[in-house]
Design a protein around this ligand. Sequence first.
Ligand SMILES: Nc1ncnc2c1ncn2[C@@H]1O[C@H](COP(=O)(O)OP(=O)(O)O)[C@@H](O)[C@H]1O
Ligand SMILES: [Mg+2]
Length: 422
Amino acid sequence: MVQPSPYRPGEVTRHLAGRQGQLAEIEERLDYLTQLQRLVPRIRIDYAPRGVGKTSLLREIQRMADSRGATALWVTAGETPGLFAALATEAARVLRPVGPRSRLARLTDQFGLAVQVGVPGIASVTASTRAVAVPQPTARDLQDLLSATVEAARDAGRRAVVLLIDEIQAADPAGLRTLSYAWQHLQSEAQDLPVAFFGAGLPESVGHINRAVSNSERFAYKRLLGLSEDAVAVALAGPARELGVIWDDAALTDAIDEAAGYPHTVQLLGDYAWRRAGRPDPGARITREHLAAAIADTRQDLDALYEARLAKITGQQEVELVGSLAMFGDGPIRRIDIAKTLGKTSNDLSLPRQKLIAAGIIAESGYGQMEFTIPGFAAFVRHHYGLGEEEPPAPTTFAAQIARERGITARIKANAPKDLSR
Ligand SMILES: Nc1ncnc2c1ncn2[C@@H]1O[C@H](COP(=O)(O)OP(=O)(O)O)[C@@H](O)[C@H]1O
Ligand SMILES: [Mg+2]
């Protein structure tokens, strides 16, 4: 017998390790929503670079909402003609069957959203082909949509509605503005409407939302950090233990060092270790030797990822910027330090910086700072461009200090070049 891997590289995990703090806060809001049947006034946005676990967290919120009797509407921003259309479609899909007479159905029709809910679980919106111009939805329209959705949810025996918006950095500004105004109106006029809204996105979500809305104080931005060492241990050993397989301590220690708190790497290491151990039966162990091989596999995967992202930048300015960033390690790195190094102003660097962000190489990190999106990326860049392999100075910024305090020492250690001589 062989057991399939319980690890999920590139997919959301159900074994959410190290997120107790976030989940406790979210739970409190969901209890408020479902028990008191009231609007949750603050909009929580969790942000982080790719691979840190935003979608997994949002899926967990979806399960929590569901188990409390709330209807969750899931929208991945940027996929459809806009937030309003996406929410309306999702509401119609989740609250099937929507009778043609229902308020929800009338509303979606009014905005020319031909909502097709044929195949179970799959809905699509097609842009209106009618000759009449379809009005741009206003905040009032969205309020109507939300209250019609709550009505339909109640008809279906649910207590509340939770909006979940992933990849919110890709949401249309008009949709965000409508949503935030609607929330403002609801707070003064309809506090007894049981709806809550949670979002997640890349670090640029913060700037994107703030530029789109005028009442940004309504949004509570929470930075999602990497996992602590203990959480990495739980993420690796927990799923194995459920299948009767034990990780040796030495193997776990090596994995913690290698993962540097980055969840995507954690899943890669777990998955490769599982394969290297021969998809073990209950009673087997994952050893340091299995892990050594898994580390090599994982680095190959990550190198391919780094390379693919670096291939997206071609301009002299971007290459220069990424090279000098790499000399500082994974970060956080102050913009001003980079500007000084290059003899430029922070403003001069804003265009190449945007390109590096768009390529998924760096992310904004607190005020006036940047960091590489994946621990170990800086070392790869130094190696790639032949910039020498000596260890960069340890970051001394406040953000680095917080990261250290949260137990992500390994992440900082990861600034030291890994064995790239392979
Ligand atoms: N808390 C966690 N514990 C263990 N693994 C996690 C955790 N959060 C995410 N992961 C894993 O990390 C990878 C990236 O997660 P994902 O939720 O897709 O991140 P993001 O949406 O931020 O890009 C996935 O393989 C996922 O299974
Ligand atoms: Mg995601």
